[in-house]
Design a binder for this molecule. Structure first.
Ligand code: F0G
Length: 463
């Protein structure tokens, strides 16, 4: 018998209430938050899709593992369990725990980059870019052209442009200390990178004597897409696919808050002994001793168990399907979105959906707020508020105006997703009434976290 329904491969042991609010309450809460979803109290949100980072549910095995946490300052048993679990997947020599992904980035780039260096990536995540730029180096995004077109279909839209990689390496000898590929490509719509692309990028780097790193946050989701979409991988296990991906890498940075299935944690892993030593020295300075790296022993246990649970086939089938399920409803109803659906999130295309709101009135911000007001849903703008403001004070509209709805792992069920779909379709039906916004106050950098906004008249025609 083959049943077509893909169910959540878990049952629920502990529940956490979420709270309904009235539309009037949401209006008041949003106004008090300066029309910025980051400034809401979480208790005023019904379904929180702000991020998939550290917001997932842990398993009973992870909680049991946490009771085994060894809190010794040095040489804790928990570290060795964590190290073995990570090494089984990555086969990398030095495994250095950090309190989250951006700490691994800071330590790696702080140990490796000099002013004027160039770091190519398919697309840098914003903290990765910020950590490269903090070293006065250049964060260069070189995704394939298809990756920049929301509506265009391609199985591996996260791929790196290999011709561009070859060119930057040939033209800048000695100025590229490493190349990174982000799997899946979060800032490019949660799109996967093919094994062929990872392999070829690694070969090109090695021909030029440059180390090749993975930003591995969502490595398990990427492995599942390879299994589904790439010839020759259909009968391999996600673990075997992940092992092959890492076999091409000289190192990786990882936020264990994603496919580590933990609420906090991360690591830096690499083969080069001398670089590892420098990184460990830096780690001791700011994170902690190399066998805990800013984490409690019980956090290391949670990751040791979680990182293998992320590779479970039933879990990955449900995970990728639950995101695609929402995507399918959007496509059926012609709601514009980044296609195909990503691994951890749906990205609604506000530029296409709200043509009456010009980029200078922040259509993606407007759509994110409309979803909250209509149904208590919190997504995040990835558009001109996030990317339109530059260090020299100038403004240019972002290339895309997206609202990311990121799915925390193992947290919401299909009925939550059905509700979500209903709210989005309702908002889409009444989209002409959505107003544009203007900025009332902003910080000079990373303004999206704290900006205060104001809605314009509902026609969107005034500035
Ligand atoms: N790299 C990628 C691709 C990420 O998505 C993130 C975090 C990081 C690095 C940094 O890891 O948060 O543990 O320091 N992404 C989260 C998000 C915050 O919402 O997409 P971190």
């Amino acid at each position: 018998m083959h049943f077509k329904t893909i169910i959540e491969p878990f049952r629920i042991k502990a529940v956490e209430p979420i709270r309904h609010t009235t539309e009037a309450e949401r209006q008041a809460a949003l106004a008090a938050a300066g029309y910025n979803l980051f400034l809401l109290k979480a208790e005023d949100v019904l379904i929180d899709l702000l991020t998939d980072s550290g917001t997932g549910a842990m398993s009973s095995r992870q909680w049991a593992g946490m009771m085994m946490g060894d809190e010794s300052y040095a040489g804790a048993t928990s570290f060795y369990r964590f190290e073995a679990a990570v090494r089984n997947i990555t086969a990398l020599k030095h495994i250095i725990p950090t309190h989250q992904g951006r700490a691994a980035e800071r330590i790696l780039f702080g140990s490796l980059l000099r002013p004027g260096d160039i770091v190519p990536n398919n697309t840098h995540f914003d903290t990765t870019r910020a950590n490269v730029e903090y070293r006065q180096a250049v964060a260069l995004d070189i995704p394939i052209a298809e990756g920049r077109e929301p509506a265009l279909l391609h199985p591996f839209k996260g791929n790196m442009d290999l011709a561009a990689l070859e060119k930057v390496l040939a033209e800048n000898p000695g100025r590229v200390p490493l190349v990174m590929i982000t799997i899946t490509n979060n800032s490019g719509g949660g799109q996967p990178v093919s094994m062929a692309n990872i392999r070829a990028a690694s070969q090109i780097c090695h021909q030029h004597g440059v180390p090749f790193f993975l930003d591995a946050c969502r490595f398990a989701e990427n492995a599942w897409f390879i299994r589904q979409r790439e010839d020759g991988y259909g009968d391999k296990t996600p673990l075997a696919i992940a092992q092959e991906m890492f076999s091409y890498a000289d190192g990786c940075t990882m936020s264990a808050k994603k496919d580590g299935m933990a609420n906090i944690g991360g690591f830096l892993a690499l083969n080069n002994d001398e670089l590892a030593q420098r990184c460990k020295n830096m780690l001791i300075l700011t994170e902690g001793f190399p066998t805990y790296g800013g984490l409690a022993g019980y956090d290391l246990e949670a990751i040791a168990v979680g990182i293998h649970e992320a590779l479970d086939e039933d879990y990955l089938r449900y995970r990728i399907r639950s995101v695609a399920y929402l995507g399918d409803i959007m496509i059926e109803n012609e709601v514009p979105m980044m296609r195909p659906p990503g691994g951890h999130a749906i990205y609604l295309d506000a530029k296409a959906m709200l043509p009456h709101i010009p980029p200078a009135q922040y259509p993606a911000w407007a759509l994110a707020n409309a979803l909250y007001l209509a149904g208590g849903i919190r997504g995040v703008e990835i558009g001109s508020i996030m990317f339109g403001h530059h260090p020299d004070g100038s403004e240019t509209p972002a290339g895309m105006e997206l609202v990311r709805l990121a799915f925390p792992r193992r947290t919401y069920t299909q009925s939550h997703v059905d509700y979500l779909a209903e709210v989005i379709l309702h908002v889409n039906q009444h989209k002409e009434a959505i107003p544009g916004y203007r900025i009332v106050w902003q910080a000079p950098v990373l303004r999206h976290f704290t900006v205060r906004m104001e809605p314009l008249a509902a026609t969107g025609s005034q500035t």
